[in-house]
Write a protein that binds this ligand. Structure first.
Ligand SMILES: C[S@@+](CC[C@H](N)C(=O)[O-])C[C@H]1O[C@@H](n2cnc3c(N)ncnc32)[C@H](O)[C@@H]1O
Length: 184
């Protein structure tokens, strides 16, 4: 609420409708990332942000996209399943300064084709396990066919074994709250 008040946006879970909360239970309930924790996670990345595209898989109302706009990412992409949250993210971005490089896509992230650009992928537990397997398979296929740098910042990494399984991503940093994984 504090973030919303300060920035005049609506990114809190408190105003999500009962219907979308119910759908959220079947996929991954909406919860926005704490801004300070997001900055701590970004500080773990030893990269030149301007060379990378930031992708929030399950971007909800777009809070991380707004915060990511304060970094110098070449592009910022938010992928969200629920149209109602996607629409709120559109409104938030329209009302916020310096968000020209943000693109919002309303789709199921398990079918998303990743752009052939260096990537920082942000996951705040957006997908149930089977969908995460599909997403990671798509991502690895893309990285093998167009080799490039890729990092995953995984907040509350409950299913990180899915990402570590192929042996191509390795942990570069970790705390109780998140893991940072790099493609090798
Ligand atoms: C825990 S919230 C994270 C929101 C945002 N990334 C943040 O950190 O502030 C997870 C989001 O993933 C979305 N989601 C769930 N399943 C999805 C799917 N298959 N494809 C895209 N988004 C999905 C949910 O609707 C929810 O908005």
């Amino acid at each position: 609420m504090e973030y919303d008040w300060e920035h005049r946006v609506d990114t809190t879970a408190a105003t999500v409708s009962a219907r979308d909360r119910f759908i959220g239970l079947l996929n991954s309930p909406y919860q926005a990332t704490d801004p300070e924790l997001f900055k701590e996670m970004m500080a773990e990345l030893p990269v030149r942000f301007e060379e990378f595209t930031f992708i929030d898989v399950g971007s909800g109302k777009g809070r991380t996209l707004l915060i990511a706009a304060d970094y110098s990412f070449r592009r910022i992409v938010g992928i969200e399943l629920l149209p109602a949250l996607h629409r709120v993210a559109q409104q938030n971005i329209a009302s916020y300064p310096r968000t020209g490089q943000i693109e919002l896509i309303c789709t199921d992230a398990s079918f998303f084709q990743f752009p052939a650009e260096p990537l920082v992928i942000y996951l705040f537990n957006p997908l149930p396990r089977l969908s995460l397997v599909k997403m990671v398979t798509n991502l690895e296929r893309s990285l093998l066919s167009s080799p490039r740098a890729a990092w995953i910042v995984y907040h509350n990494p409950l299913e990180q074994d899915v990402i570590l399984q192929s042996g191509r991503f390795r942990k570069a940093a970790a705390t109780n709250s998140y893991s940072v994984l790099v493609w090798k």
